[in-house]
Ligand binder design. Structure first.
Ligand code: BES
Ligand code: ZN
Length: 462
């Protein structure tokens, strides 16, 4: 039986297995789900063994384990390393989900007329990395695995991949490969397949502003003592100017500017601004002056407040002048910004903004480097040929705004080309309520991955 026939014959089971994986609430950010995260790692290990791996092991780390698996057919053949993550974002706020986040259901949507799987992690990243496990199974079953394959599926991507660097450094030989496949990004649409060639980096900070040593009556003290929430809002407001330019001194020093030609090519990708606005229900888009929406997300850094709190937020009204105010602030970075340097620049500047009426603490959470990958490597060309085969159209190289911090680490430490071979859509509600992944995306992804192996082998030999 051919690889594609095998996929067709086993579609229902391939789907049901993914649904089982999605039923495990492997939320890495919340210790309450600790056991479930370990359970998901076991699931991944078992699935690799069942698919035909020679080796599949749970590699303990200081945090959640990394699942490693491999099938070496012939040491003279090229080797593909697959990276993915079995952890998911928290599903909160639960009340905004139309169905429970860990009880997957399949429903049709405008972008997925053939149905999409609604569950936390369906697109990011369980549905996507599991395509590789199933493509591997199909190639094994058809006795047609053209390359060696290694899997490295981690459980801490959504919390900054803290323990992956050490694992990569300690296992360079084991992870040796000719190309790294990562399906954890989007395509433009089913009609316009694309391959991501750029990801932004990230610096994530938390700030605490303290005014008086205790909460005060806002009548007795209001107007006479600094309110840390008011102060924090003012400080945050001054982090950007009227052109949405970030005011932190030195912030743009290392930003790579693209040539007019590169920018033009980037903007040639299909993009419908009216549709973009309509889907988000916003009257206008908003961002750095002088750049298009595609550029604002793909090649420009930005700063966003991810959360802000303090004072009284319960039912009814309480007249309080709070003692403390907090915010989580993150910055998306582009080459060649260094996330640790940006964290320092932020801290210095943020502290300098504070009036003497408050005290400020700043701490850095996690971060990661931006990455740009080649669109002319053998791996890229194999991915291009595979997509052309299954979608009937040559994919467009795009730059995305999200971050996968380990991509830059792989480039530096493992020296093989990462291919960002994502099959989701940007409307799949990643990190949001009602996350979903198209059933058709899942199956076309499996077929495209198998096609990649064939093309990669062929191009490596030529
Ligand atoms: N799959 C995403 C990354 C992504 C999303 C890339 C959309 C391109 C487009 C990944 O799981 C993710 O969410 N990463 C975090 C990184 C962070 C936790 C260090 C992100 O981008 O916020
Ligand atoms: Zn992801």
């Amino acid at each position: 039986m051919s690889v594609n026939n095998y996929i067709q014959t086993h579609k229902e089971r391939f789907l049901n297995e993914l649904l089982d994986l999605l039923r495990i609430p492997s939320v890495s950010a919340d210790p309450k789900f600790k056991e479930e995260v370990f359970k998901a790692a076991e699931f991944v290990k078992d699935s690799l063994l069942k698919a035909g791996a020679d080796v599949a092991e749970i590699c303990e780390t200081a945090g959640y384990p990394i699942v490693y698996g491999e099938k070496i057919v012939d040491t003279n053949l090229p080797t593909v390393l697959v990276y993915g993550h079995y952890d998911v974002q928290p599903a909160d706020p639960y009340e905004l989900w139309d169905s429970p986040p860990f009880e997957p259901v399949i429903k049709k949507t405008e972008n997925h007329p053939e149905g999409a799987i609604f569950a936390r992690g369906s697109a990011d990243d369980k549905g996507q990395f599991y395509m590789h496990v199933k493509a591997f199974e199909a190639m094994m079953a058809a006795d047609d695995l053209p390359c060696n394959v290694k899997f490295m599926i981690e459980g801490e991507e959504e919390v900054g991949s803290d323990n992956l660097e050490a694992f990569v450094l300690e296992n360079k030989e084991k992870l040796k490969s000719d190309v790294i496949l990562i399906s954890d990004t989007h395509m433009i649409s089913m009609q316009d397949p694309s391959i991501t060639v750029g990801l932004r980096g990230l610096t994530y900070m938390e700030v605490e502003v303290t005014g008086p040593n205790r909460d005060l009556h806002s009548g007795t003290y209001g107007g006479a003592v600094a309110n840390p929430i008011n102060v924090l809002c003012k400080m945050i407001a001054s982090l950007k100017d009227e052109n949405e330019h970030i005011t932190i001194p030195g912030f743009y020093d290392k930003v790579q500017e693209l040539t007019a030609e590169q920018r033009q090519r980037l903007n040639e990708a299909p993009f419908d601004l009216a549709d973009y606005k309509a889907k988000l229900d916003v009257a206008t888009v908003h961002g750095e002056k002088g750049y298009t929406t595609i550029e604002r997300v793909g090649i420009r850094p930005t700063l966003d407040v991810n959360g802000i709190w303090g004072g009284y937020t319960g039912e009814g009204a309480k007249t309080v002048l709070p003692s403390k105010a907090y915010a989580k602030i993150s910055m998306r970075l582009v080459p060649d910004q260094d996330w640790k340097e940006i964290a320092r620049l932020f801290e210095d500047y943020f502290k300098s903004l504070a009036p003497s009426s408050v005290k400020v603490k700043v701490r850095s959470h996690h971060g990661g480097s931006p990455a740009v990958v080649s669109d002319s490597s053998i791996g890229y060309r194999a991915a291009e040929a595979a997509m052309e085969e299954t979608f009937g159209k040559r994919p467009i190289p795009t730059r995305e705004g999200g971050s996968i911090p380990i991509v830059a680490l792989f480039q530096k430490e493992l020296g093989s080309d990462p291919i960002l071979f994502g099959f989701g859509l940007d409307t799949d509600a990643l990190h949001s309520p009602n996350e979903h992944y198209g059933v058709q995306n899942y199956f076309i992804g499996i077929e495209t991955i198998a096609a990649f192996f064939r093309h990669f082998r062929k191009l490596s030999e030529s």
